[in-house]
Design a protein around this ligand. Structure first.
Ligand code: SAM
Ligand code: 2KA
Ligand code: SF4
Ligand code: MG
Length: 238
């Protein structure tokens, strides 16, 4: 079996974001990203600062580690990164999890396609707004969404400001049939002062609600916080 670069494996915890927020899940976080978002809360996966923690693991070794820390407490695994879509051989883990009757979710930005996307139960595409300083290739995103056909992905756009909100609206209107989440952006993903973080994030959530509740182009949407940050702040591995 081939090796997968793994940054961390953790859980059980709750999915703090998006369409299945609150879902009890394990996490597998891969290393490496083709983007470098200015505000990335997981930059340690790609900026070299934690490269000593990367483990090259086979799908079977990842499964053993999931069982080792998650025991009999889980039946759902979320794969995030970094960008897991950089890894063709991650398909081996997806197949293994399917064999074990474990449900899967994937977090990716929609810049790369992999055939194993078709075997993911909850696929989240999270194209990046202007504040990230990244450029969305909408042709690629169209292509990915078209290839998924009946297994429809969901969309999640992080919002930091008005410009991001306009971008989010463009994404929502381009793919009106896909479930759509707006997510509060965390602009202080390094602080360890959880009280300050919580009150800042709550104010941002309130702003996002004010901006979207009386907008006729944002009807069938979910407006969400990153729930885990309200509980554990910026702590890693939760
Ligand atoms: C760390 S990324 C990893 C997966 C993939 N690279 C992506 O961006 O979708 C997981 C999710 O966290 C979101 N995210 C990253 N930094 C964030 C921040 N500072 N505030 C809010 N959400 C953030 C991303 O937009 C993405 O939806
Ligand atoms: N609890 C929890 N929920 C999450 N949802 C998406 C996460 C991610 O970093 O991809 C994440 C994470 O790191 N922790
Ligand atoms: S695409 Fe995801 S992991 Fe990559 S830099 Fe952006 S938020 Fe971070
Ligand atoms: Mg995160």
């Amino acid at each position: 079996m081939s090796k997968i670069p793994v940054m961390e494996i953790f859980g059980p915890t709750i999915q703090g974001e998006g369409i299945v927020i609150g879902q009890k899940t394990m996490f597998v976080r891969t290393a490496g990203c083709d983007y470098a978002c200015t505000w990335c809360d997981s930059s340690f996966t790609w900026d070299g600062s934690s490269k000593h923690l990367i483990k090259q693991m086979t799908a079977t070794e990842i499964w053993h580690e999931l069982k080792n820390i998650g025991g009999d407490y889980f039946d759902f695994v979320t794969i995030s990164g970094g960008n897991p879509a950089l890894l063709k051989n991650l398909g081996e883990l997806v197949t293994l999890l399917k064999d074990k009757k474990v449900q899967t979710a994937l977090e990716t930005q929609g810049s790369k396609w992999q055939d194993w996307f078709k075997d993911i139960d909850f696929l989240t595409l999270s194209p990046k707004p202007p504040s990230s300083q990244m450029e969305t290739d909408f042709n690629k995103l169209d292509e990915i969404i078209a290839q998924l056909e009946e297994k429809q992905p969901n969309l999640k756009v992080v919002v930091f400001n008005e410009e991001d909100l306009a971008y989010a609206k463009k994404v929502h209107l381009r793919y009106p049939k896909l479930s759509f989440c707006l997510q509060v952006g965390n602009d202080d993903s390094m602080t360890t002062n959880n009280d300050v973080l919580r009150s800042n994030l709550l104010a941002k959530y309130e702003w996002l609600l004010e901006k979207t509740m009386h907008d006729s182009e944002f009807k069938n949407i979910r407006v969400l916080p990153q729930l885990h940050t309200y509980i554990w702040g910026n702590k890693r591995g939760v």
